[in-house]
Design a protein around this ligand. Structure first.
Ligand SMILES: [Zn+2]
Length: 365
């Protein structure tokens, strides 16, 4: 049977079979599936696609997951090669920058990553995507040229070449882009969710959507009347300098702009901290600060609303006996306070476990 005679249902069934096939120890096939979909709806007309072009998309998908969101891709001893390649080129202090920024500033490093991805990451995924399901014909999505190495018996892709996309497959991808894209992301999440338990906004992070923090000037206006000193170094704000709004737990991890997590800092401390976590002692300062805003009636309604979001607990809220008796007997300790406290520490510890560094430059006065 010729590939061009396949129906949409046959394309669909094969595509889904590749996605859900359990034989995998990394996420490359999701990245390749996503690339094929994205390429098909792009303005590119050519059916010949060079490996360097595919590698460029791989770099973007994984840079965003690794550097921006620090998603864990597997056990430490099974780091996919693409992550090792990216880590070797990009130091931790580059991570808080946006993808747009690094594209401008690190052209040489990106080119180096792309070359290495072509050399080291594609033999297996191109071959498997093409052959993983034992059904004929195999080349329904694309063809590629492989070099046979007689000494090992292994086939390798020709790194200077690329794939030849099947025109009918491209039409199928185009027509069904939305639902296929969602299927790819869902299976990608299914693969990563157990390795990233409790990470907020996992879908957004796997999709690599960088939406940036919400307008912070509104928060500056709200907080400024109550704050005269930098949250970290305690230095009084200079009348000429506008304080910076800082996410105590980094925005790249939280992916949300919420009052409970926002403080005002001097510019110097904000630069020192950048996208890292503060030393843990600042978390108790944050709890005290939040509590004082509620009790002293300062912006209390908004703070309460923001804190209620923290009542989400990945493992459910189990109160200790002491906590139970205290919360029953009156106002000494409220359920909201326990949620708030545990929620903030939970996020702090989880971010730290997932590779967010603690800034050593910030020292509390
Ligand atoms: Zn400061």
């Amino acid at each position: 049977m010729c590939a061009s005679q396949l129906t949409d249902k046959e394309y669909h069934d094969r595509f889904m079979a590749i996605l859900v096939d359990k034989k995998k120890n990394n996420t490359y096939k999701f990245a390749l599936a996503r690339f094929l979909l994205d390429y098909s709806i792009s303005s590119n007309k050519s059916l010949k696609i060079r490996y360097s072009k595919i590698a460029k998309s791989f770099f973007k998908y994984y840079w965003l997951q690794e550097c921006k969101s620090r998603l864990r891709q597997g056990p430490i001893n099974q780091t996919p090669e693409v992550i090792t390649i990216i880590r070797a080129e990009f130091a931790d202090d580059v991570y808080p920058q946006s993808y747009k920024e690094i594209q401008k500033k690190y052209k040489k490093e990106i080119k180096c990553c792309i070359d290495k991805i072509v050399m080291n990451c594609f033999d297996d995924v191109i071959h498997r995507f093409h052959n993983s399901i034992n059904v004929e014909p195999k080349n329904i999505f694309f063809d590629y040229f492989a070099i046979q190495y007689p000494e090992s018996g292994n086939a390798r892709i020709d790194k200077h070449g690329g794939i030849l996309l099947n025109n009918d497959a491209r039409s199928f991808f185009r027509k069904n882009y939305e639902s296929l894209y969602k299927s790819v992301i869902l299976e990608w999440i299914r693969f990563l969710e157990r390795k990233n338990i409790g990470i907020p906004y996992l879908v957004q992070k796997i999709e690599g959507i960088e939406k940036g923090p919400r307008n912070q000037s509104a928060f500056l206006k709200k907080l400024k009347p109550f704050v005269d000193n930098c949250f970290y170094c305690n230095a009084p704000f200079n009348s000429k300098e506008t304080p910076n709004v800082d996410h105590v737990i980094p925005y790249d991890y939280i992916n949300d702009t919420d009052l409970w997590n926002l403080v005002l800092t001097c510019r110097e401390c904000n630069c020192k901290k950048s996208g890292s976590l503060p030393p843990k002692k600042f978390i108790s300062d944050l709890l005290t600060r939040n509590k004082s805003y509620i009790h002293m009636g300062k912006i209390n309604e908004e703070m309460k609303k923001s804190l209620t979001k923290l009542s989400y607990e990945p493992y459910g809220l189990i109160l200790s006996q002491e906590e139970q008796s205290k919360s029953k007997n009156g106002s000494e300790i409220t359920l909201e306070q326990i949620c708030e406290q545990r929620g903030i520490y939970w996020h702090y510890d989880n971010a730290s476990k997932h590779g967010y560094q603690t800034s050593k430059k910030l020292v509390q006065n």
